[in-house]
Design a protein. Structure first.
Length: 235
């Protein structure tokens, strides 16, 4: 890593801000419970169908139907269930969703519009759009909205009525985890347009996570207007 070498040299280690974010596990929802129940029932009926069709001494006429019903309801449960809801992270670096070991991250500065659509909170960026099922992630969504309004009010386009069922963000919500998967190398400095080749050359806006070259940091963030200068943070 680029920083290992530097820590060996004389430069006194500047206290790096430990950047953390909140991680939220999906909550079991009514829909997911129903679909798990449906799935289990489907599997059971499917098993009964298989048994009486192929294993039982006298196959029953009903077996093929059992088989069909079982397979269909198992399939429906997998299809309609939100078993696919994944953990969500919210913090200084924006919003990220976890898929297995992969983290898909959308920085605040890259969000163009945040809105709700068919039960999902949608954070739309130029190259990436995140969709978060609201029922399974009420606390995470509440945090995204309250953070988003503080950081980038211009992109928050969420209707008031969809907020009502959300809990108030509490300090002890979620689990604090270190921020990972924030890619800055390969991005361009938002002030100068120059490419950023190394993490160590990057400075971030603490409010919207916009990325600048360390010697090109403007007085105010070009994206969120926050006072920047010396307040820009290292990764
Ligand atoms: Zn900013």
């Amino acid at each position: 890593m680029a920083n290992v070498k530097r820590s060996n040299t004389k430069k006194p280690a500047q206290a790096r801000r430990v950047r953390k974010e909140r991680r939220f596990e999906p909550e079991p929802t009514y829909a997911s419970r129903v679909s798990i129940g449906g799935g289990m029932l489907g599997a059971l009926i499917l098993g009964a169908g298989v048994y009486s069709q192929w294993l039982s001494d006298n196959p029953r006429a009903i077996a093929p139907y059992l088989f069909g019903v079982g397979a269909a309801s198992l399939g429906a449960a997998l299809w309609f269930g939100d078993a696919g809801a994944v953990p969500v992270r919210v913090g200084d670096a924006g919003v990220a969703i976890e898929k297995g070991t992969e983290l898909t991250r959308l920085s605040w500065c890259d969000m163009e519009r945040v809105f709700s659509e068919r039960g999902e909170l949608v954070a739309k960026g130029k190259e990436l759009t995140l969709r978060i099922p609201i029922a399974a992630h009420r606390t995470a969504v509440a945090w995204i909205l309250s953070e988003g309004i503080k950081r980038l009010p211009a992109v928050m386009d969420v209707k008031r009525q969809s907020l009502q069922r959300l809990p108030e963000p509490q300090d002890n919500d979620g689990d604090f985890v270190p921020i990972e998967g924030l890619q800055v190398a390969g991005r361009h400095c938002a002030a100068s347009g120059k490419p950023i080749s190394f993490e160590r050359d990057a400075r971030l806006c603490p409010v919207c996570a916009q990325v600048y070259l360390k010697d090109q940091v403007p007085k105010k963030c070009v994206t969120c207007d926050a006072e920047l200068g010396a307040r820009a943070v290292e990764l």
